[in-house]
Design a protein around this ligand. Structure first.
Ligand SMILES: CC(C)(COP(=O)(O)OP(=O)(O)OC[C@H]1O[C@@H](n2cnc3c(N)ncnc32)[C@H](O)[C@@H]1OP(=O)(O)O)[C@@H](O)C(=O)NCCC(=O)NCCS
Length: 149
């Protein structure tokens, strides 16, 4: 059965209601299951990031954010989709949107640290895995990259 849901994707400027909803989703999906909370360091890092959220029927159901590492490279981070909207292409739409945003801003490479277990999602989006696993936020990750058109 095709579960695809077409979502609206918006920028979520720091301090906006959309940003607050996206932060809540990140906390729920990415930190609580690890026994963590969004740290002060992450909130500081957020001030240097471009945040996007996926909205379905007025509800934030996905989020991702981008930080320039240098003039050509963007770091994609904080990728999370609400449990009830998984496998409905919400994550793919967010990544595609982030890549278009990056390419149109002149960036050439997207980098992400994929949780081991979620790397298959990035490989499906055309990312390549590089190097060995490393620990971040207490769990193993692998670096994945993709050239932006
Ligand atoms: C990983 C995550 C963002 C994927 O979002 P999603 O909206 O469910 O993914 P999509 O529906 O867009 O999936 C696109 C494709 O990736 C595949 N995919 C999704 N999650 C996958 C996973 N964990 N491993 C392997 N493949 C995966 C889907 O099966 C689909 O494949 P297809 O093109 O052959 O049909 C989501 O499951 C999530 O939020 N997980 C918990 C948090 C997390 O791990 N975030 C990533 C941190 S690096």
């Amino acid at each position: 059965m095709d579960r695809s849901t077409t979502v609206l994707i918006f920028e979520a400027p720091l301090g906006s209601g959309l940003y607050r909803d996206a932060l809540r989703l990140r906390e729920h999906i990415l930190r609580r299951p690890l026994g963590l909370t969004v740290s002060a360091e992450e909130l500081a890092d957020d001030t240097m990031r471009q945040h996007f959220c996926a909205v379905d029927c007025g509800v934030v159901v996905g989020t991702v954010s981008l930080r320039p590492l240098d003039e050509t490279t963007l770091h994609l981070k904080q990728m999370a989709v609400a449990e009830q909207k998984r496998d409905a292409r919400v994550g793919s739409q967010l990544v595609t949107h982030a890549e278009h945003w990056g390419a149109s801003a002149g960036f050439r490479l997207m980098v992400a640290h994929a949780r081991v277990g979620a790397e298959g999602f990035y490989l499906k989006q055309g990312y390549a895995q590089e190097g060995d696993a490393f620990f971040e936020q207490t769990i193993p990750h692998v670096r994945v990259t993709k050239r932006l058109a």
